[in-house]
Design a protein around this ligand. Sequence first.
Ligand SMILES: [Cu+2]
Length: 144
Amino acid sequence: MSRADATMTGIAKIVQGLLLTAPLLSLGACGLGGPAYGPGSDAAAVVNMTNSLAFQPDAVRIKAGETVEWRNRSLFTHTVTDDPVRAKDAGDAQLPVGAQSFNAQVGPGEVYRHIFTVPGTYRYFCMPHEGWGMHGQVIVEPAA
Ligand SMILES: [Cu+2]
């Protein structure tokens, strides 16, 4: 190998190293860390918000007074929205009589917790992805 070839190989290795580390650094900065990746939760139910624009699981069942925790483990900003005024399709937002509407923006890696005090069926959605079918349901049974 000539001296020039050896130099070129060295440069190629440095460039390759930069190309490999740059995307990892930028991914870290936009959400592969944060509370959503933290340890287990004491909430009665945990719902993940995904890169495939879904709430998983899309339906959970709890008792009145319990908490649901949403974890955004995606690279997108999602919302947890149960407010008929903000829904493009009114059927995507449903609240039991007497329950307050809610709307939270949840950035990548972030967590949102909501305590449900009024029993009934809640249908909620993600505002940016409502049209992509990002909907979910919380069924709240009366406290025992
Ligand atoms: Cu979303």
